[in-house]
Ligand binder design. Sequence first.
Ligand code: UD1
Length: 444
Amino acid sequence: MNQLSDASLLGASPWWRPNPGTCLVIQGGNPLVGTYAVSGAKNAVLPLMVSALLTPHLVTLHNVPASLDVAVLSNLLQRLGAHLNWSTGGAGLSLTICADRVHPTQIDRDLVARMRASILLLGALLARCGEACLPMPGGDAIGLRGIDFHIAGLRAMGAIIDLSGGLIHAVAPNGLHGADIWLPQPSVGATENLLLAAVLATGETVIRNAAREPEIADLAHCLTRMGAALGGIGGDVLTVQGGKALAGAARSVMPDRIELGTIACAAAVTNGEVLLRHAGLRLLGAAGPALVSAGVALQEVPDGLIARRAPTGLTGLDIQTRPYPGFATDLQSPAMAMLATASGASAITETIFEQRFRHVDELRKMGANIGVHGTTALVRGVDRLVGARVMATDVRAAAALVLAGLGAKGETILDGLDHLDRGYDRMAEKLVSCGAAITRSKMS
Ligand code: UD1
């Protein structure tokens, strides 16, 4: 199978430079010092890009991160008939999407199968075209990651959905209609999918136990700007008065709170001092105070947040991942990499995904003392990690291993770079500008 970063799979994202077969070589020990520009959020930009399928008018997004997931979704949108126009200048990339015609069945199954967020196409295509046919979505191997909430919600809105042969075939012969939907868990993707569908469905939709992640509010504000009537934005009950044709809109993608938290931990681990531009403490939810209590000093300044190690040093911390505003599961692995060298022990409990400890074995290769007991990892801090050859198994694990490598003694070689590139806009390059010793090299 081709690597995801092969140019052939990506189509025209002129800014994307594929790097198949490369690894990162990190010489640990340099303190990170300088300014790090936090990019637009991966988890916000993907649903925003999909929202452009809901209107024949132009949707322009600014502060778009130059990440592999964005390149893949761009290709998917193009194959569905949308025209994409990229420009640079200001923060990040700007992308204008014109979906004046959409061909709902012209989907690239290989690309969809590799990207979890492609499930969002289901709600948008059903709402706009009355039909959609997608393979089951792929993405990180971090748990079962069912799509039953998405399917049940869309069925409640009148969709007829057949799941067989690894495909999701959905039709809404009479269009979608509003429904009162309760999510068994506050799923981010299901909330977004149902929002995307509801804005074109006739009548009122209520989504109860909705996820409250800020990226959902970003999508909701964009839909509102397009003319949708939404209530309860930011809360756990969202209401949509649907059925109105939507106009175009322009929106700047919110900053990536996961990148923010990860680099703040990296500044503390390396005993450096980094100004994280474009981001504030509020975005981190419960992770902000938690990181502070572990010894990550965070100081808000007008253009961002300064992160450094507190004079008291890093100390153990107990964490339970929770839906927003709780401690983000996406920050669990970076926090673990940091706590691996904190003084004392930390108990880290993962409550969102069942298989999100695959980075533990890699951190152990670097000398971390971590025991896993069911859904809890017990981390006993060691003085220092030691460089090793490690493999990234998902997007956030990749970032965690970069962080571990920055603090470690000697050389760390990180394989599985597709995962890092999927989620982050030139993270390694931005770290180098803060003094990190990182190079990309052909895998040997
Ligand atoms: C999104 C984020 C991901 C983050 C996660 C949780 C994007 C592109 N990805 O993923 O970075 O880690 O939220 O904050 O935004 N579930 C079901 N059935 C469903 C839907 C979800 O059982 O139909 C379960 C999942 O298996 C998981 C939990 O609900 O255990 C939360 O998943 P969800 O919030 O949907 O995560 P994603 O939207 O996939």
